[in-house]
Write a protein that binds this ligand. Structure first.
Ligand code: SF4
Length: 269
């Protein structure tokens, strides 16, 4: 983590060197990219119906080790109250373009958490935007982010991981909502003195479906909306949660810049 950035005195020099290498690799060993970004509806109209109920049902159905049910009943009054409060809002987040804020007003408020010495940032990357040629494979919780690998050198996830500061940041490579939910719960339980926050990439449908559960935990953070070949039906979502994701989702260029600006902000604290 941070290996590439550590070689340089400052952010700009590290980023320039990364981008120049990525540019060279795109010419000599290009990876598959979307030729154009399709404009798909974020959630199909039929899928939108009773989406919160579908999310609850999905979470319970695939909660194989009863992790979430046990977590809910560890404090049913508090969790029930928080969940109900979230359900009473039209949407579980506030949105600014591709950034979805949970328990936060805006990016400035998120930065106040990032600036705290007693905060822990969980930064999660959905496998749906790993390159097809990823040496760690797509549907896995791994990422070798190898500096000598030409695929990693062109990968946005690789760039983010190499720019992360060493301390109080936990990168997670997400395969399922249960996995990332469990990681967040466990970090909150492990570090009761730290404010756990998150920055997580996902399709808009996922950000909408599971935001209530983040609000139930009262963990504040940001969801980053993916574009490209996203999941916008329950069928596609369930298939992707089981590793069937033939399409490629992407973080859009303007959003990439916002994500990197936040990592830089955290790094320079
Ligand atoms: S940086 Fe990670 S996600 Fe990207 S190609 Fe390399 S191993 Fe895969």
């Amino acid at each position: 983590m941070g290996e590439h950035w550590e070689k340089y005195d400052n952010w700009d020099a590290a980023e320039n060197a990364w981008d120049q290498r990525a540019h060279r690799l795109q010419k000599t060993q290009p990876i598959k990219q979307l030729v154009s970004i399709p404009e798909l509806p974020a959630i199909r109209p039929k899928t939108k119906k009773n989406l919160r109920w579908k999310a609850l049902n999905y979470l319970a159905k695939y909660d194989e080790e009863k992790f979430f049910i046990r977590y809910f009943f560890s404090n049913p009054l508090k969790h029930g109250y928080n969940l109900l409060r979230s359900y009473l809002t039209p949407l579980p987040f506030k949105r600014d373009k591709d950034f979805f804020f949970y328990g936060l007003k805006d990016e400035d408020e998120f930065k106040t958490i990032l600036a705290k010495p007693d905060s822990l940032l969980i930064i999660g990357f959905s496998y749906c935007h790993k390159p097809f040629e990823c040496p760690s494979k797509r549907f896995t919780q791994d990422c070798i982010h190898d500096l000598n690998n030409p695929v990693c050198g062109q990968c946005f996830i690789g760039k983010c991981v190499h720019s992360l500061p060493a301390k109080r940041v936990l990168p997670v490579f997400i395969t399922t909502v249960h996995q990332i939910g469990e990681v967040i719960v466990r970090q909150v339980q492990k570090y009761p003195k730290l404010e756990v926050t998150f920055l997580i990439t996902a399709c808009e449908m996922t950000l909408q479906m599971f935001g209530d559960w983040g609000n139930m935990m009262r963990v504040r953070g940001v969801g980053i909306r993916l574009g490209g070949q996203i999941c916008n039906t329950m069928k596609a979502f369930v298939a992707s949660e089981h590793g069937v994701k033939p399409g490629m989702a992407v973080v859009l260029d303007e959003t990439k810049k916002r994500v990197l600006d936040l990592i830089r902000f955290r790094r320079e604290q």
